[in-house]
Design a protein around this ligand. Structure first.
Ligand SMILES: Nc1ncnc2c1ncn2[C@@H]1O[C@H](COP(=O)(O)OP(=O)(O)O)[C@@H](O)[C@H]1O
Ligand SMILES: [Mg+2]
Length: 510
């Protein structure tokens, strides 16, 4: 019997135009927590998708418990006791917790000895046992559509365990959780290991990997960089290996120097079409030189709040003032002209026109002004020259320079293009919604520095983020939103990450 429960040898997997995995070899021991670390696009999910039978490798071989296997499908992987919790859960929303767990493998009983029927009682008993053993609390009768993200994740884990998985793959499981939920999940993962399971944990969060895993493999652009003992490797070292260069963690932040109020929001309320309240009587202000961050769990009204300020949606009531002028009834374009830059969450739909070139996108908000237009006639040469300066300044990388169709660019470079374009507007108020979502460490570093630079230049920055680390690193003032209402506004220095997390869950009630 091999020392390793999983061996992937010389695995190569190509997609059109890209080598997602290039000659990767990893060996995983039974009963360890093995982390896969790498930036976005490094090839982590692809590698694990092959272990779970979703893709076949182009080259290389896989051994499970010392035996060479060709894993043809997820069902086959399940028979080999391999389970996977995907980045996006795959549950059926109008089914109960129990139904989701047993789906596809319901325990069948024979009624009167011959009519098959589903023995959900027996299933429920087994689920209750697993749930108790691993601390995976769920309400078996709850509908998935009523369950929060962290419950849904527990259901996914129970689903694997119910199928007798011994090798458990978690693909970025903490990306969607609050700090408290993350701690809880990491405990569960430790418990699974202590119960004899083998865990493969994909993440780009170094702290987590440091906390729970025994060994980690680092991938960079499809290649295995190294495999390390986690206890003997610092997070700094891991980050450098992952990015392939020296990274600085500390954002270099100068003391704040606040000026006059630029944005004032008073008693703002927003409803959806069915008059369901999304933003409830929110008031706050942002000064020049200040980064005001809104912290909150996804879906608590923060995006609607930003959209209402930028004019994308209409508020039901309340007043928005920019430099003392009431702009509540202004159109989007008028607000832009009046001095609002907006980096939206949905960059593909609102931020960019994907079929336009990079040069056109960079001039998107100013094309009707000099020098891009003269007497109503567009001047493409001016746009190109401007674009080239922007590429340089904001480190935007694209295949064919300013002529590149934006659709073909990577998410990180699309985002840098939007950030650059919006900053160049030199607006007194800049609204950033999830500015670094889905970006890798290098691009995050770049965008954080840009945001700080604008703050130091006296701009008022409204930052909306689901990443608490980002909020704690950048903000001067934190407002926590829960269920559409602001629970707390305080100087960022006076709050700990855990306190913010508690307000985010509505625990520390007003
Ligand atoms: N089904 C697919 N078709 C084409 N390209 C893909 C597919 N899946 C992943 N890729 C590409 O392969 C590379 C690795 O992706 P992935 O394994 O998802 O990275 P990670 O999980 O480390 O972020 C990326 O460049 C990605 O765009
Ligand atoms: Mg992935």
């Amino acid at each position: 019997m091999s020392e390793y429960i999983v061996e992937m040898r010389h695995i190569t997997k190509k997609f059109p135009g890209i080598i997602a995995n290039n000659d990767v070899t990893i060996q995983i021991k039974k009963g360890e927590i093995f982390a896969l670390l790498g930036e976005n696009g490094a090839g982590k999910s692809t590698l694990m998708s092959m272990l779970f039978g979703m893709y076949e490798p182009d080259e290389g071989e896989i051994l499970i418990r010392g035996e060479k296997v060709k894993i043809a499908s997820p069902n086959h992987a399940t028979r080999l006791n391999i389970g996977m919790v995907h980045q996006h859960f795959k549950l059926v929303s109008n089914y109960t917790v129990t139904e989701n767990i047993v789906m596809g493998m319901e325990p069948v009983k024979k009624l009167l000895g011959f009519i098959p029927y589903v023995d959900l009682k027996k299933a429920a008993r087994e689920i209750a046992q697993l749930s108790a053993k691993y601390g995976l609390e769920v309400d078996p009768q709850q509908l998935i559509e009523n369950a929060n993200v962290s419950t849904q994740q527990r259901v996914e884990i129970l689903k694997m365990l119910y199928r007798e998985a011994e090798i458990l793959i978690f693909d970025e499981p903490t990306a969607v959780l609050t700090p408290q939920e993350i701690e809880f999940l990491l405990d569960i993962i430790r418990g699974l290991r202590d119960g004899g399971k083998t865990v493969i944990l994909i993440s780009h969060k170094l702290e987590e990997i440091k906390q729970v895993s025994d060994r980690c493999a680092i991938l960079n652009r499809g290649k295995l960089v190294t495999v390390r003992d986690v206890a003997a490797t610092s997070t700094k070292e891991m980050a450098n290996l992952m990015v392939g260069r020296e990274v600085s963690f500390e954002t270099d932040k100068k003391p704040a120097d606040f000026h006059e109020k630029i944005l004032e929001v008073e008693h703002l309320s927003v409803e959806d079409q069915n008059h369901f309240p999304l933003v409830k009587d929110v008031s706050f202000s942002v000064r020049g030189g200040e980064i005001f961050a809104i912290a909150g769990v996804s879906g608590n009204g923060q995006v609607e709040l930003a959209d209402a300020i930028a004019g994308l949606i209409k508020a039901r009531s309340g007043v928005i003032r920019l430099n003392g002028v009431d702009i509540s009834d202004y159109s989007i374009r008028r607000r832009t002209l009046e001095g609002i830059s907006y980096i939206p969450e949905d960059r593909q739909n609102y931020g960019l026109v994907l079929d336009f070139t990079l040069a056109e996108n960079l001039a998107l908000k100013q094309y009707y002004q000099e020098p891009f237009s003269h007497k109503g006639v567009l001047r493409p040469g001016e746009m190109d020259r401007y674009g080239e300066r922007m590429l340089e300044k904001y480190d935007i990388r694209s295949g064919q320079g300013v002529k590149t169709q934006v659709r073909s660019m990577s998410g990180g470079n699309q985002q840098k293009a939007i950030v650059g374009r919006e900053i160049e507007l030199q607006s007194p108020l800049m609204i950033f919604v999830q500015p670094t979502r889905g970006l890798d460490i290098g691009a995050i570093e770049n965008i954080h520095n840009q945001i700080l630079k604008e703050r130091d230049a006296g701009k008022a920055i409204l930052l909306i983020s689901l990443e608490l680390d980002e909020i704690m690193n950048l903000s001067d003032t934190i407002g926590v939103i829960y269920n559409g209402a602001i629970m707390k506004i305080a100087d960022a220095k006076t709050l700990t990450t855990n306190e913010v997390g508690e307000f985010m869950m509505g625990v520390k009630g007003a």
